[in-house]
Design a protein around this ligand. Structure first.
Ligand code: MN3
Length: 206
């Protein structure tokens, strides 16, 4: 996927993640917020045809090489574009409710247990001041890293491959949970599709 970037379709209905994420939140989050990141990314790139062949990930990984005039717009809107694309994918209804295979072993090795990983992931995401994301990523050596980022900053900017992410901007949860971000993060596990996270882990190893 390169310029002009298109808003990816959801692979499921707006109400498919209820009661964890309500349909109205999904309608606004995908149809308004993600759509706006997409159109603003395209607007930033419009006058730079030399960049039109690059993927959003390539643009973010090479942010410092972009013209100063569009670095901020690509960081915010390119980040928003790729972060949300991953978010919809890993929350696909159905699938495994726990990791298996190589990813399960890697989580145990890096975080002691799945429960310890979940606690750390929720602490990272819950502790992010203001807007941002919580992440599980694969590093260049194939190892796992968990942390949070501010705003729409993407792990791709650090040379990492995100395999699981949770949006902790208030627009992601406020209709259902108001100020109760920890409750949203606890419920998030109900809609994570570990088959997809595992496939992303496997792909990042090769
Ligand atoms: Mn969002």
């Amino acid at each position: 996927m390169a310029y002009p970037f298109a808003l990816p379709d959801l692979a499921y209905a707006h109400d498919a993640l209820e009661p964890t994420i309500d349909a109205r939140t999904m309608e606004i989050h995908h149809g308004k917020h993600h759509a706006a990141y997409t159109s603003k990314l395209n607007a930033a790139l419009e006058g730079h045809p030399d960049l039109h062949g690059k993927s959003a990930e390539d643009l973010l990984a090479g942010l410092d090489s972009l013209p100063d005039s569009i670095q901020g717009a690509v960081r915010n809107n390119g980040g928003g574009y790729v972060n949300h694309t991953l978010f919809w994918d890993v929350m696909t209804p159905g699938g495994a409710s726990a990791p298996s295979g190589d990813l399960a072993a890697a989580i145990d090795a890096a975080f002691s247990s799945l429960d310890d990983f979940k606690a750390k992931f929720q602490a990272n995401a819950g502790g992010q001041f203001g807007s941002g994301w919580g992440w599980l990523c694969v590093d260049a050596d194939g190892g796992l890293q968990g942390f949070s980022t501010a705003n729409q900053d993407s792990p791709v900017m650090r040379g990492l491959t995100p395999i699981l992410g949770v949006d902790v901007w208030e627009h992601a949860y406020y209709l259902n949970y108001q100020n109760r971000r920890p409750d949203y993060l606890t419920a998030f596990w109900n809609v994570v599709n570990w088959d997809i996270v595992g496939a992303r882990y496997d792909a990042a190893q090769s």
